[in-house]
Design a protein around this ligand. Structure first.
Ligand code: CA2
Length: 174
């Protein structure tokens, strides 16, 4: 039997996951395929949806080219019971205090994803206003980064507030 670390006692696994994509990611697969690959955003979202269904998770996907719309979506996530956010804020990663504040405001754990290796590109892409508050970042792994992030999110434990379905009981400390 799998032993669950004591730090997870009384917590539950993340069940509802929000995937957010920022400006221009609606163009995935149409141009700059050498950098961002040939999958469309619809392909990426469909694959995440399938994976989620197979695991009994709910995944909501949202893309916008507008900072305010992204902030509104993040704010709504709180009342919807979203447990975990996967976010590729695209260019807004490097500039948006508003997105940073929205993520801090809802206090939902998040992973930051970038399709390209931002650290091997222009200096302005090396800065992220979201990374220090993220649980972690996945960078340069192509669109597979979203899948890895979903796998991580599905194994992430959250405090037991509302909508709990999968509960963990710790047997021993580790
Ligand atoms: O590597 C990533 O995922 C980025 O977040 C992508 C952003 C860029 O500003 C970040 O520095 C890194 C750009 C998204 C633009 O996506 C396009 C896709 C296809 C064609 C044109 C743009």
């Amino acid at each position: 039997m799998k032993t669950i670390p004591a730090r997870h006692k009384g917590k539950r696994l993340a069940k509802t996951i929000l995937v957010i994509n920022g400006p221009n990611l609606n163009l995935l697969g149409t141009r700059e395929t050498a950098i961002y690959g040939s999958q469309s955003l619809a392909d990426v979202e469909a694959a995440l949806g399938e994976e989620a269904r197979a695991r009994g998770l709910t995944v909501h996907c949202f893309q916008s080219n507008h900072e305010g719309a992204l902030i509104d979506r993040i704010q709504a996530a709180r009342s919807e019971g979203v447990d975990f956010i996967i976010i590729n804020a695209a260019a807004l990663t490097h500039t948006s205090i508003g997105l940073r504040d929205a993520l801090a405001g809802v206090a939902i754990p998040y992973v930051e994803v970038h399709i390209s290796n931002v650290h091997g590109r222009e200096d302005f892409r090396h800065v992220s206003l979201l990374a220090d508050r993220a649980v972690g970042t996945l960078v340069g792994l192509g669109t597979a980064g979203y899948r890895y992030a979903l796998d991580f999110a599905a194994n992430h434990t959250v405090a037991p507030a509302g909508g709990a379905t999968v509960w963990l009981a710790a047997k021993s400390s580790a």
